[in-house]
Design a protein around this ligand. Sequence first.
Ligand code: SF4
Length: 238
Amino acid sequence: MQNILEIEAQSILPGSEDVLRAQGIMSSGDVDDRIIELVEQAGKIFNSLRRPMGMFTRISRDDFREIYTGSGRNDNETPVADIFPNADHLSLFAVTVGVEVSLEINRLFAKNDFALAAMLDSFASEAVENCAQIIQDEYHSSLIAGKKGSDDLVSMRYSPGYCGWHISGQKKLFEYLQPGKIGITLSDTFLMQPLKSISGVILTGDKKIHIYEDNYPCCESCKNRSCLQRIERLKQSA
Ligand code: SF4
């Protein structure tokens, strides 16, 4: 069954610390007033234009295998390839903050207002991540409400374009999920429009399926190692 949700706007607004971190500023302690003003200005613009939407659709392991295989361009070994066969529940998902925010970012860049454009871009990136977390939580709660999951199960999301899952995987994912219903389309180069959108799969199972070593072929060139913090948190959770 397909679930489409209008996401409550206030719940996706990022804190200024998160926006500054996305800009590479790790501590807001001694940040110039002008930067703080830019964060506030970006927040006001975002708030006036955001239209957050999300959707998820449960999928069988076999159907996901076909989507994941895509056109055969994934790395030979990837985290998702190892995790999904052990997942108890799977769901495709997509979220967006709406087209107006992306248009405004483009407009600001086009008129050379780089500082505000970049700040709004960071603000929107953090907000769309918050949208994805809300959809993941919503899906996880629906499993528990339907007695298909327990508090012991852990849901995590994974997206084409990351960790060895080739970006071209978006094609089959879009054909199955139909994110056009919430205003997201796919270009010939597999980029989503609006740009501030996220799609992928939520895999749910015992927490140990999401714990892996960062020694896949894709890890060799990975700069941010974003999985490590998440895996550490999982290891330490009860
Ligand atoms: S190290 Fe990088 S490429 Fe490897 S699994 Fe983690 S996030 Fe993905």
